[in-house]
Design a binder for this molecule. Structure first.
Ligand code: BGC
Length: 331
């Protein structure tokens, strides 16, 4: 072999080794991320729980996680936060399956649909406790539910819209999912609240797949296809944000009423600017915090109410925390 060939050969071998090292490292990271590890560290904890949300990097779910981690720290619990990076039912179900297989002490998750989640939850409950959070699978054998009363929260949104528009609006609804229990209930509650109002018409209902980009795309399609729409109702945390972006660009924001869900910083910013007029506030931190405490009670044989509804209320510009009003002036 000439010196040059040897050098090329050497570089080739080096590249091969480096790429092997990367594959092993990242392969390990994915597995250990997806599957709650039976960590050595677990030995110093009393319990090991997994919180499985529908979307890991969603700001709303990060608040649930924060609450759960706080309770976990206080009670000596190892809490893992695992699930799909972006909403994906199959991955969500797979994470629950894997958590069950790795013999954790309890699983906290949403009950997104009766068809897919109820049979799985029932199988898990034969082995370990399951608490549903944020979204209930009320027909399953889950041991308890903590979260918003989703029907009532939709009803509240409907009543707020009637009040704010004097009962005159052509409404487009953008919902996170046509199939998820909580999204259906939020739409149903809203429809029931407005059904006896002759001046309120629901023109169309579209789905955002809980993605802000998709919500904006749907809002754009609506402003193009239905010029008479002058009100929007977004039923999951990122919907109203996506709608607001489109309304600011393509419509006169003061001619369009927007009501959404949740009080993420961007939502509050749009409220302070007047683009989003109202939002239904949920208590994600408290849901996470209480779910962990309830799971401990269940394992320790204490009585736990089967349903705990956390608070929901309407927030408008005048209800903004002072800090956000002050921020609003700077935007
Ligand atoms: C819902 C969550 C959902 C999130 C999506 C919230 O309003 O309660 O279930 O994952 O919106 O952004």
């Amino acid at each position: 072999m000439s010196g040059l060939t040897k050098a090329a050969y050497g570089v080739g071998v080096l590249c091969f080794l480096v790429s092997c090292a990367f594959s092993v490292f990242y392969g390990y990271k994915v597995v250990s991320h997806d599957l709650p590890a039976e960590d050595k560290a677990a030995e110093k904890y009393h319990y090991h729980f997994v919180l499985v949300p529908e979307e890991l990097d969603n700001d709303y779910w990060r608040l649930v996680e924060e609450g759960a981690q706080k309770a976990a720290e206080e009670h000596g619990v190892l809490l893992e936060y695992a699930g799909p990076k972006q909403a994906n039912i199959d991955e969500h179900l797979k994470t629950i399956e894997m958590s069950m297989a790795s013999k954790v002490d309890g699983i906290i998750t949403q009950g997104l649909s009766d068809e897919q989640f109820t049979p799985l939850i029932n199988r898990v409950v034969e082995k370990l406790p399951v608490i549903t959070i944020d979204t209930d699978a009320a027909n399953s054998n889950r041991m308890a539910y903590i979260g918003t009363d989703n029907y009532y929260s939709g009803f509240l949104a409907g009543k707020a819209l009637i009040e704010d528009t004097n009962g005159q609006a052509n409404v487009a609804i953008i919902t996170g999912s046509f199939y998820a229990n909580h999204q259906q209930q939020r739409v149903q509650g809203f429809q029931d609240a407005v059904k006896s109002e002759e001046g309120i018409k629901i023109i169309t209902v579209e789905e955002s797949e809980i993605s802000r980009v998709r919500a904006a795309e749907k809002a754009y399609q609506i402003v193009t296809d239905y010029p008479k729409v002058n009100a929007f109702y977004g039923t999951s945390a990122l919907d109203a944000i996506g709608i607001a972006q489109v309304v600011e660009k393509f419509r006169e924001p003061d001619q369009v009423y927007i009501i959404g869900f949740d009080s993420l910083p961007e939502t509050l910013k749009y409220i302070s600017e007047g683009t989003i007029k109202a939002t239904v506030v949920q208590e994600p931190f408290e849901m996470g915090y209480k779910a962990v405490a309830m799971m401990i009670d269940l394992i320790e044989g204490k009585k736990v109410p089967p349903v705990i509804h956390t608070d929901t209320r309407i927030m408008r510009e005048e209800d903004l925390p002072d800090i956000h009003r002050a921020m609003g002036e700077e935007y």
